[in-house]
Write a protein that binds this ligand. Structure first.
Ligand SMILES: [Zn+2]
Length: 247
């Protein structure tokens, strides 16, 4: 079954990237309301905004909205925790637990779309590039340089095929932090924090320019799985248990 409304939302996200402004395709545009999330003060990162801003569809109910705020906060926490460990009291040469865990497992698609620097040859460097790009996206959002971030409400068919979708961005600056979220899975996964946190973190990595496939060895999956495992080594739980929550 072709879901036209969902298709239009995804086209709208693409146009937001291309035109760097908001553009309504839907015949009846969703209504949005602004929420803001505090940006954790982070050592070694200067010029951070106090908050990030998201226009969230008014179709989400209060509980779903709370889940979204929680997962956005968790993403910012993981970014801040990495930066703090890397800053390492002032040297900025620390290896964060996120970088160290990802370095073990990520070997493929280490480079974001927009990257033109020296080759990225390991998961540690890829993590550092990704988290620096999160810093850029947070600043562009918080100082309102990027188009307003939109959080769309969309129930795919079948409903279990999507959690939190972010499209792969190809710009380094002014990237809107827009996502499409499946409210049914917010309900199903409510209270089981790590799948939604992983799904949101994976979506942010797409906005940072990293691409799928969402399978073992690929940076976008391994880095996210490290977050979901609390930076611990892999166990007998198969990777597919984690990456099924990624869009
Ligand atoms: Zn993905």
């Amino acid at each position: 079954m072709l879901n036209i409304e969902r298709l239009l939302i995804i086209m709208e996200l693409t146009l937001q990237d291309v035109l760097q402004r908001n553009y309504f395709l839907s015949p009846s545009p969703s209504q949005f309301t602004e929420i803001s999330i505090p940006v954790p003060p982070t050592p070694g990162i200067s010029g951070l905004p106090a908050r990030c801003y998201f226009d969230i569809s008014t179709k989400f109910n209060a509980i779903q909205k709370q889940e979204i705020i929680y997962t956005l906060g968790a993403t910012l926490f993981n970014w801040s925790f990495h930066c703090t460990q890397k800053w390492s009291g002032g040297s900025n040469t620390g290896v964060s637990q996120l970088a160290s865990c990802t370095n073990i497992y990520a070997t493929k698609n280490l480079k974001p779309t927009w990257y033109r620097g020296t080759p990225i040859t390991n998961g540690r460097k890829a993590t550092e590039v990704a988290m620096d790009q999160f810093t850029q996206m947070i600043k562009d959002n918080g100082f309102r340089r990027s188009p307003p971030a939109r959080i769309f409400y969309s129930i795919p068919a079948p409903i279990t095929t999507s959690y939190i979708l972010g499209t792969t961005a190809f710009n380094q600056v002014n990237v809107p932090l827009s996502f499409v979220i499946n409210p049914r899975e917010l309900d199903n996964l409510s209270g089981t924090a790590f799948p939604l946190i992983g799904s949101m973190f994976h979506a942010w990595l797409h906005r940072a320019g990293f691409s799928d496939p969402k399978t073992t060895s690929y940076f976008i999956s391994e880095c996210t799985m490290c977050v979901m495992r609390g930076f611990q080594p892999k166990t007998s739980v198969p990777d597919s248990y984690f990456y099924r929550f990624f869009d």
